[in-house]
Design a binder for this molecule. Structure first.
Ligand code: SF4
Length: 315
């Protein structure tokens, strides 16, 4: 992934911002400044600072995702179990899509979903990591860009959404020109989508299901389809997207995959698709007969055949 000019979070630092007391005024000024072009020098305070202040207010009554727990995260955690951000591990990742490697991948612990087949269940379903200061994480990025040639910062987990405030604070500390990837289940709230606008250079989404029922059964995510389709449409207006589709065994191939591809073809013309075959039964998948095995060759061929009917761009 090549940056045309500057990473978008750096440009936010070039837009001067007033930071008023009231939440409503902060949001009002934010929305007006999002239409403004950046100047030539860094300003203080700036639009990134304003986004941080808005995120701090939401943090006190958390609605970063559509769980809308409304808990004060300074005092306790909500459904995702994340109070303050925990980094489970961080390394230059060579296993991501070819256009993204080496990717400076930062794995957070905790998640707002409970996917019964979670491939990262040890960090998503249990809190398992260390608190790093924002300055330490920014330093990790700078050092890995210089020494290991990482070409992006890839915030993932678990899930990045509960860590929105922390991520913005890291970007405040970061002065390296490097694109930012939001690698997520896309169950964010509209408030979060608005804050992410201008921060993220590439959305890397994990599009799991083509209907609400299966999302509730396998991932405990109410109204999944309505929320993630809304967020994909918003994200598509903001920047580039790569959509990962992990092929699940069984009914999913005939029932979910065509609906997901239909939606992408009709609504997300610039998105690129990565159809993934590496599903393996993890965590509680053995309790669900159709998820308790890998894909067969025939199922994978069928998924590829369905994909071939669409004109969506593939990686
Ligand atoms: S990020 Fe989502 S799940 Fe976590 S506390 Fe906030 S609203 Fe709840």
């Amino acid at each position: 992934m090549i940056l045309k000019e500057k990473a978008r979070f750096l440009l936010l630092k070039y837009i001067e911002a007033e930071i008023p007391e009231s939440f409503e005024k902060k949001v009002h000024i934010h929305d007006a400044l999002m239409k403004k072009n950046p100047g030539n020098t860094e300003k203080e305070p700036n639009l990134l600072d304003l986004k941080i202040e808005i995120a701090k207010e939401i943090f006190k009554n958390c609605t970063f995702c559509e769980r809308r727990c409304m808990v004060n995260r300074y005092e306790k955690s909500g459904f995702c179990r994340v109070k303050s951000s925990l980094i489970s591990c961080a390394f230059p990742h060579y296993g991501e899509e070819r256009v993204l490697i080496p990717s400076g991948t930062i794995f957070f612990s905790g998640c707002n979903a409970n996917c019964v087949f979670c491939q990262n269940w040890d960090i998503s379903q249990y809190l398992n990591g260390e608190e790093w200061s924002a300055a330490k994480t920014a330093g990790w990025v700078s050092m890995n860009k210089m020494r290991n040639g990482i070409i992006n910062v890839n915030f993932v987990g678990g899930e990045p959404t509960p860590n929105l405030l922390y991520i913005l604070e890291v970007l405040k500390e970061l002065d390296v020109n490097i694109p930012i990837i939001w690698n997520s289940n896309f169950y964010m709230s509209e408030e979060t989508m608005k804050i992410l606008n201008g921060v993220i250079d590439l959305y890397l989404s994990d599009f799991k299901y083509g209907n609400n029922e299966r999302a509730l059964e396998y991932s405990n995510l109410p109204n999944y389809w309505d929320i993630v389709t809304r967020n994909h449409k918003i994200a598509h207006e903001q920047c580039d997207m790569i959509i990962r589709i992990l092929v699940l065994p069984g009914r999913w191939i005939e029932e979910d995959l065509p609906r997901i591809l239909d939606f992408i073809e009709k609504n997300l013309s610039n998105a690129r698709i990565n159809l993934m075959s590496q599903y393996k039964p993890e965590w509680k998948a053995d309790m669900y007969p159709e998820l308790s095995r890998r894909l067969t060759d025939k199922e994978w061929q069928r998924a590829c055949e369905i994909l071939s009917r669409y004109s969506v761009k593939r990686l």
